[in-house]
Ligand binder design. Structure first.
Ligand code: TEU
Ligand code: CA
Length: 572
């Protein structure tokens, strides 16, 4: 499909996210690594992805599995060497696959020499790289903010007699972006990787870099939403006053000088921020990861946050997806994702991971990939890998999960089985189990002992089995990814929601010039009539792709959908 100008061709690409620790272990130490990735590049080429987003591989004490970096220009020895990295990048480029590295610069590790220096004395030249504050008169922390992984965002630093800020773990001190030296450090490390041939960045919590400083140089308390507890400071630190200024400077200083693809992770982003930051002319990044559709199955305002479960109401999903589709049409660009290394497995969360696992995995992929934006496939999603429910907390590794369990069953007095139910449903380790390559030992991930247990269903659900089955979820993803290269309407078509109030059927059209496709998805395990609006039901339609055997001509007037059925039809 040559219609798109070269600078826009990235819009035809699908991105595959690799979580290196769990992808493929090449040396039997139970930890995935770079030679392991290089050995699987043919698999990615067969899937047809155009870009790989690689979660952090830098030197790190792994308090948060690499999202705590102690040296931005060094490969963590457990992942391999710089030579292994160069070989992996060369292998990707030889297959026409671009590489986006993870840029984690809202914070670094407390073991980074910047922080080691900074915490030694207030006069150390690196002290200003971080965010310090005096205790309150009673010695308590400067404000009431809660960190993402429980506890206060403030940690006491004895050598300098003050607190430092960490929005995530205490081993992830936030960097002071108000300090121009810090920004120049970031631009230099970005250039280091871009000069090596890297094609872009996924930017970790990038909308948290500008803090809401008060005129007196302090950070305000968060509104009290739960008596007697710390308060969610996230909302205050996201989308701060100088965010666009910093991103604009990054664009001018670095991104404008290289052909880059960029996506910013932006919790609590608004559609207006989506437009401002991803605007094709005036924006700073190509796209954002916004989280609205990731928060629909947790109780709003509940102190337990994501752990307070609530069934998804499909109408809420329609509402949020349609708002972002409509708001960014022609003036920005969406990223499309249902999972990543922080989210549970979509087939378990939004589908059915037992009887209709294959059908619902394909339905969700169809539903997502036909929206306008860049689709992301998280490792294992292309196999329909489900969640896991380990019986005890001992099998879990993720700091967010372990801290939640400790606080929930401790000071909050929640029953362990109740806390475990939330972890089974929402825990990040659901996404972080070893990739099931075969039915072999540990799913063929390692010849050693994996850092976290292999998936208990790897025997039935694995890449080897999928590659041998033409009807597998893998080949369905391959067809969707190939269609994006062939169908301009899939890239540039205008999105229009149908049936906004239907609780089980999600239907929408994408139209470009005189071409329209209709996408109809059944989010339930029961047969359901589609009840399409007359203006659509009266049209003739030709089958394009679907997760049940095809129909050629489809009568839209009395369309009944089978359990988790997805249909994409060209309206003629
Ligand atoms: O995640 C930021 C973020 O928003 C997550 O904390 C998310 O809300 C949460 O995990 C959902 O439960 C990024 C990285 O993706 C994550 O892995 C890191 O832990 C975090 O930043 C800190 O770097
Ligand atoms: Ca290894």
């Amino acid at each position: 499909m040559t219609g798109l100008p070269p600078a826009q061709r990235w819009k035809q690409d699908t991105v595959y996210q690799i979580y290196p620790r769990s992808f493929c272990d090449s040396n039997g130490d139970g930890i995935g690594d770079l030679p392991g990735i290089t050995g699987k590049l043919d698999y990615l080429q067969a899937l047809g992805v155009g870009v790989v987003w690689l979660s952090p591989i830098y030197a790190s004490p792994n308090d948060d599995n690499g999202y705590d970096i102690s040296d931005y220009q060094a490969i963590s020895p457990e992942f391999g060497t710089m030579a292994d990295f160069d070989a992996m990048l060369a292998g990707m480029h030889a297959r026409g696959i671009k590489l986006m590295m993870d840029l984690v610069v809202n914070h670094c590790s407390d073991e980074h020499h910047w922080f080691q220096q900074a915490r030694s004395s207030r006069s150390n030249p690196y002290h200003g790289y971080f965010l310090w504050a005096e205790p309150q008169a009673d010695g308590s922390p400067p404000n009431n903010w809660e960190a993402a992984f429980q506890g206060s965002v403030w940690e006491w630093n004895e050598p300098t007699g003050e607190f430092y800020l960490h929005m995530f773990s205490r081993k992830q001190p936030d960097l002071n972006w108000e300090n121009p030296q810090v920004r120049q450090e970031v631009y230099a490390l970005m250039r280091f990787w871009l000069d090596k041939g890297v094609d872009g960045f996924r930017m970790d919590v990038i909308n948290m870099i500008s803090k809401p400083w008060k005129a007196d140089g302090t950070l305000p308390d968060a509104p009290v939403v739960r008596e007697g507890f710390l308060q969610p400071g996230f909302a205050l630190t996201c989308n701060g006053p100088r965010l666009n200024e910093f991103l604009g400077e990054m664009r001018r200083e670095v991104l404008d000088h290289y052909p880059t693809l960029t996506v910013g992770e932006a919790p609590m982003a608004t559609v207006q921020q989506g437009r401002d930051i991803t605007h094709p002319q005036t924006g700073s990044l190509n796209m954002l990861f916004q989280f609205e559709h990731m928060d629909l199955d947790s109780q709003p305002g509940n102190p337990l946050g994501k752990w307070a479960l609530k069934p998804l109401d499909l109408r809420d999903l329609k509402h949020t997806m349609s708002r972002w589709q409509d708001a960014l049409y022609g003036v920005g660009w969406n990223s499309l994702y249902l999972s990543n290394h922080d989210q549970p497995r979509p087939v378990s969360r939004f589908g059915d991971d037992e009887r209709y696992r294959v059908e619902s995995a394909k339905m969700l992929a169809t539903w997502l990939h036909f929206h306008q934006g860049t689709p992301y496939v998280y490792q294992g999603e292309e196999l329909g890998v489900p969640n896991v429910a380990f019986p005890g907390i001992g099998d879990y590794r993720d700091i967010e999960t372990l801290n939640f369990y400790q606080v929930a069953t401790g000071q909050r007095g929640i029953a362990p089985e109740e806390a475990l139910r939330s972890i089974h449903t929402k825990g990040r380790d659901n996404a972080r189990l070893p990739m099931p390559w075969s039915a072999g030992l540990h799913g063929g991930f390692t010849s050693g002992t994996p850092w976290i247990a292999a998936h208990p269903r790897a025997g039935q659900i694995n890449a080897e089995k999928a590659l041998a089955d033409p009807d597998s979820v893998f080949y369905y993803y391959r067809r969707l990814i190939a269609l994006r290269k062939r169908l301009p309407v899939m890239v540039d078509g205008r999105y229009t929601l149908l049936l906004p109030d239907h609780p089980q059927v999600y239907a929408y059209t994408r139209c470009l010039d005189d071409k329209c496709v209709l996408v109809v998805c059944n989010f339930g395990a029961t047969e359901v009539p589609a009840d399409l609006p007359d203006h659509t039901a009266s049209r003739k339609a030709e089958w394009l792709i679907g997760n049940y055997p095809n129909h050629a001509r489809v009568a839209l007037g009395n369309l009944t959908l089978r359990p988790y059925e997805a249909l994409v039809l060209e309206l003629i």
